[in-house]
Design a protein around this ligand. Structure first.
Ligand SMILES: N[C@@H](CCC(=O)N[C@@H](CS)C(=O)NCC(=O)O)C(=O)O
Length: 192
């Protein structure tokens, strides 16, 4: 199988860290979504990364779906409860962390076009702040959830150094300090 992804995509980084922890080989087909490469568009008509292509040609898109696929391939994994309330809690943590990424990507693509103010952008900043506060209370509920949280926080470091999430949420800072240097995080840190 191969994962269409850029080295800076935080959604892809979540999957690469997960694959590392699950000891699943996940070869990368390095692809910038903005290039609209034919191979990516053939795999994912949305033109987004990450997209996973299996050896039989089957395609899986959207990082939560790909994450679920990877986790399902290792039944003895301990990163997320297989069923029950704890399972849904962990997936909700993933969704909140991904939601921070979604808001950050809106800010990022607007900034690239020179748009840095406006009601819609302010709304994204508020969503990020609120979600960070909630995620700080969800630390330690699941290994997978903690990975998702730290991926989102480190993406803010990469693109929005002015967002002082460490000052606002010291518990997140402590989690990032604990996980950020583990081999999976170190091996997938995006180039500056
Ligand atoms: N919900 C998707 C979001 C993926 C996403 O937005 N990826 C960005 C790169 S980090 C992208 O490909 N953007 C290009 C575009 O929106 O056209 C997921 O979780 O995989």
């Amino acid at each position: 199988m191969k994962l269409f992804a850029s080295l800076t995509s935080p959604y892809a980084r979540k999957l690469r860290i997960l694959a590392h922890e699950l000891k699943i080989g996940l070869p990368l087909e390095e692809t910038s979504p903005l290039d609209d490469a034919a191979a990516l568009l053939a795999a994912n008509p949305l033109g987004k990364v990450p997209a996973l292509v299996l050896d039989d040609g089957q395609v899986i898109v959207d990082s939560p779906v790909i994450a679920a696929f990877l986790l399902a391939n290792v039944p003895e994994q301990k990163l997320i409860a297989a069923t029950g309330a704890a399972h849904w809690q962990a997936l909700t943590t993933e969704a909140l962390a991904d939601g921070i990424l979604d808001a950050a990507i809106v800010l990022r693509f607007n900034a690239v076009q020179g748009v840095t103010t406006g009601l819609w952008l302010e709304r994204q900043y508020r969503a990020i702040d609120r979600a960070l506060a909630v995620l700080a209370m969800r630390i330690g509920h699941s290994g997978f959830g903690d990975i998702c949280i730290v991926v989102a926080c480190e993406y803010l470091d990469l693109r929005f150094a002015h967002i002082d999430w460490r000052g606002a949420q010291p518990a997140l800072a402590e989690l990032q300090a604990r996980l950020g240097d583990t081999p999976a995080f170190a091996a997938t840190r995006p180039p500056a």
